[in-house]
Design a protein around this ligand. Structure first.
Ligand SMILES: [Fe+2]
Ligand SMILES: [Fe+2]
Length: 159
């Protein structure tokens, strides 16, 4: 988990993360903070173990902690957060010593983390499931105003 730890201490990462927390202060909809990133990472790790896949914790945790970081650019310019996040992740992952193959997997996953992956058995498919299952749409106080269509909301906690 040495490379993942480097992400946490990466200056660019920290700056962007702090900015995001500042921007989402008081947000009534889902927030994109450590609680969310950790939930996604842990669920994704469980799914990877269950499916006996060989995907390193560095890749799982790194992707989870980076996948919504593009929210800052989305709030500022309107660009999609998966696109902005992928760009940011590329820079940070290089600085943290991830190799080309890992970066490719992680960037592809970040880019596609909002599109439905029915029966997708790739890492991106597993990650999509973890991201979605990390949310508690049933008890959400803002569910009536949420822009997520009903079929995208999470109404199950296991799969
Ligand atoms: Fe997202
Ligand atoms: Fe997310």
């Amino acid at each position: 988990m040495e490379r993942f730890q480097k992400i946490i201490w990466n200056k660019k990462y920290q700056k962007e993360y702090e900015k995001l927390q500042e921007m989402e202060k008081g947000r009534k909809f889902c927030c994109h903070d450590m609680e969310h990133f950790l939930a996604v990472a842990r669920l994704c790790y469980i799914f990877v173990l269950e499916e006996q896949r060989e995907i390193s914790k560095d890749v799982i945790y790194g992707t989870a902690f980076l996948h919504d970081l593009g929210r800052v650019a989305q709030y500022e310019t309107g660009i999609s957060h998966e696109e902005a996040g992928a760009e940011l992740a590329e820079e940070i992952l290089m600085e943290c010593g991830y190799n080309e193959e890992e970066r490719k997997t992680m960037i592809e996953t970040i880019l596609s983390h909002r599109s439905l992956k029915q029966d997708d058995t790739t890492f991106a498919g597993i990650f999509y499931k973890a991201d979605k299952l990390s949310r508690d749409c049933i008890h959400c106080k803002a569910k009536e105003e949420c822009y997520w269509p009903e079929d995208k909301k999470n109404h199950i906690y296991i799969c």
